[in-house]
Design a binder for this molecule. Structure first.
Ligand SMILES: CCCCC/C=C\C/C=C\CCC/C=C/C(=O)SCCNC(=O)CCNC(=O)[C@H](O)C(C)(C)COP(=O)(O)OP(=O)(O)OC[C@H]1O[C@@H](n2cnc3c(N)ncnc32)[C@H](O)[C@@H]1OP(=O)(O)O
Length: 297
């Protein structure tokens, strides 16, 4: 781990998880109503000539992965997957400075077990569809991409990140007092290897772009204004490979990881619900939400 990454972790952790007295009422209220507008959270541009679609995530303020967002995302993905003319997908963000802030914390805080289960099923669905996609998938990461945002990028075949030192990417779940589930961990380990994953997950490391390139979390850095053209260029190279050969190879590499979740889906949902609804975990999430709010004052 670089010194810079270590310093960021220490800073993020300090005072992160305050302890409440037994039965003490939480002092702050968080709005549970954000992001419930009916405007599309995803904009898809498909070019039938090139066979490439670009998915723009446009859910203000930070493209957090709410149930609505995930549902819309999966429907969009399914439509493209079924269109035989669509061979490649580039995923990017229309929000400034953020690719995706990861799972919407408000979906995990103060919700009923039933709702948490529904939400988690949608998270699984997004991962299964994207990690198992027949299309060539490229993440054009034009902003910060913590936790679930990083997972989304990791499910793609290739990652290009904007070379902007203030952007970070990583599976930082432990900083929130929560645990990245086995399939998040597997996806990361399949990309950067066991040892790097072990350290990154335990410490909740968020890497800046050059650190992310160094550990292989991303494949390429480009100036931010060139991110879509770089993704298009890379796509052209991948499109030159016959689809059937590439798809079988991709499936061979990813199937064991996908099968592990597919055959444990219900148990994984139950684990998530039991874990996230625990009092201590709800308190950790509250504390983290407070920190996010305080950033502004
Ligand atoms: C026993 C064994 C158990 C095994 C385990 C079983 C199950 C597993 C259990 C749980 C697994 C859960 C996995 C979770 C994955 C996740 O993705 S959790 C989410 C993690 N995300 C983050 O930590 C990101 C937090 N956000 C930021 O760091 C920053 O917001 C930013 C993305 C860098 C953007 O910064 P900036 O542009 O400065 O914007 P602000 O910080 O000002 O934020 C704007 C508003 O957005 C709200 N917000 C930010 N992130 C989120 C989010 N993820 N969810 C909901 N809301 C978010 C933020 O509060 C601001 O809101 P207001 O404008 O103040 O209302």
């Amino acid at each position: 781990m670089s010194l810079r990454a270590a310093t960021r972790v220490t800073r993020s952790l300090s005072g992160l998880l305050p302890r409440w007295g037994h039965g003490q009422a939480p002092p702050l209220l968080f709005s549970q109503q954000r992001n419930n507008s009916t405007s599309p959270k995803i904009r898809v541009e498909f070019n039938p000539t090139s066979g490439v679609a670009v998915m723009h995530m446009q859910s203000p303020p930070v493209n957090s992965l709410s149930l609505d967002f995930l549902t819309e995302f999966c429907i969009g993905l399914e439509k493209l997957e079924m269109d035989k003319g669509c061979r490649g997908l580039i995923i990017t963000s229309s929000q400034p400075k953020v690719f995706s802030a990861g799972l919407d914390i408000l979906e995990m805080y103060g919700k009923s077990p039933e709702r948490c289960g529904e939400f988690w099923k949608a998270v699984q669905e997004m991962w299964l569809k994207l990690y198992g996609s027949d299309m060539i998938t490229i993440a054009a990461i034009n902003g910060s991409s913590p936790a679930g945002g990083c997972l989304m990028a990791l499910t793609c075949d290739y990652r290009i990140m904007a070379d902007q030192p203030r952007y970070t990417i990583g599976l930082n779940e432990t900083l929130l007092g929560i645990v990245a589930p086995f399939w998040f961990k597997d996806t990361m380990a399949n990309t950067v290897g066991h040892r790097t994953t072990e350290m990154a997950l335990q410490l909740g490391l968020l890497y800046d772009p050059s650190e992310a390139l160094n550990v292989g979390l991303v494949d390429q850095l480009v100036p931010e204004d060139q991110i879509l053209s770089a993704a298009t260029q890379t796509m052209t190279k991948w499109l030159a490979i016959p689809d059937h050969a590439r798809q079988i190879t991709k499936s061979m590499m990813r199937k064991p990881t996908i099968d592990r979740l597919t055959s444990n889906r219900e148990a994984d949902i139950q684990n998530f619900v039991n874990f996230i609804t625990k009092d201590s975990i709800q308190k950790s999430l509250r504390a983290y939400l407070e920190i996010l709010k305080k950033k502004k004052t």
